[in-house]
Design a binder for this molecule. Structure first.
Ligand SMILES: [Zn+2]
Length: 313
């Protein structure tokens, strides 16, 4: 009913804009209605019910991811403590959560969707720090200006992967490492601000809010973890220009195909801002500004002075 009214209003705006495409009130109203319609779950395309084959294929990918994370962990955590200004506990938490999630009986999000859509299970609730995997739609993978490697939804507590996600590729496992960190951060956030505030933050419709300090931390630890995996190759070479040859070398070391060259380029450029200062000791404004720029199209939040609530920035 509400959506029908909004659609009518949107059409009226469009009719006005055809007469005068510069009218500010009509432009503003049109934008507002579009956002409202996008924020209304009933307006979003209903995904089709996952097939049994899709569910079993995701089971196999999850198993390979868990094995892959187990293989990466010792290489990332091998460096001597104190060599870098990061606590091993922080770097280790995504591996711990991947391990902890092995015991989650509801980690296949496609199975949960199928059961809930076919009248079986009506709701699902994971234990703290556990999460489920799902798949991204095509339009969610190719967003203008970037390609999404994996994505965490704080509302559903799902990590979603592209359909062609390759769990044997270390570069892609590190995309997951980043999202696993978001699972840890959001489990802590829920404890800190309480269920009610958490739910109202993430169920307001529209673009998903980003907790900016979480993104800085996840991007920083992501960079640090890749560097440790490459035994310091990233940090030792940040003085060199980012050339196609260095991108190729990075792709080779990360066992990643050519299609990920744009990601290789942006990681190498990010490394130049990141090393050797890191993101925490001392504050690295250049790196933080780079993250801010990458997420400036999203609603950004930070912790309030009391540390127990979040405020829009
Ligand atoms: Zn992130």
């Amino acid at each position: 009913m509400m959506a029908a009214l909004l659609r009518d209003a949107k059409e009226s705006c469009e009719a006005v804009l055809r007469q005068d495409p510069t009218m500010p009130q009509a432009i503003a109203l049109h934008d507002r209605i579009t956002r409202l319609l996008e924020g209304d779950p009933a307006q979003r395309e209903q995904p089709s019910i996952p097939t049994e084959e899709e569910i079993l294929a995701l089971d196999r990918i999850i198993l390979q991811i868990e094995e892959g994370m187990e293989r990466l962990a010792p290489r990332v955590l091998a460096s001597a403590p104190g060599q870098y200004p990061y606590e091993v506990r922080d770097l280790k938490s995504p591996f711990d959560i991947s391990e902890h999630n092995k015991e989650n009986p509801q980690k296949n999000g496609l199975r949960i969707m199928r059961e809930s859509r076919t009248g079986g299970q009506k709701s699902y609730r994971s234990a703290p720090g556990q999460f489920a995997y799902a798949l991204l739609r095509e339009d969610e993978v190719h967003v203008p200006g970037r390609t999404i490697g994996a994505s965490y939804s704080p509302d559903s507590n799902f990590i979603s992967l592209p359909r062609d996600f390759d769990p044997r590729c270390p570069l892609k496992l590190f995309d997951l490492y980043h999202e696993d960190l978001h699972v840890v951060q959001h489990a802590n956030l829920r404890l800190k601000i309480g269920n009610e505030a958490y739910n109202s933050l993430y169920r307001q419709g529209g673009a998903t809010p980003i907790i900016f300090p979480f993104e800085v931390e996840a991007s920083g630890l992501h960079m640090e973890a890749i560097d440790r995996y490459l035994v310091g190759w990233l940090r030792q070479n940040v003085h060199l220009p980012v050339t196609p040859e260095r991108e190729s070398e990075f792709l080779r070391r990360m066992e990643a195909p050519e299609v990920f060259r744009p990601q290789a380029q942006s990681l190498l450029q990010g490394a130049q801002r990141f090393f050797p200062r890191g993101y925490r000791y001392p504050l690295n404004q250049e790196f933080i500004d780079g993250i801010y720029h990458a997420y400036s199209d999203r609603p950004l939040y930070a912790f309030a002075a009391d540390g127990r609530s979040v405020v829009r920035i």
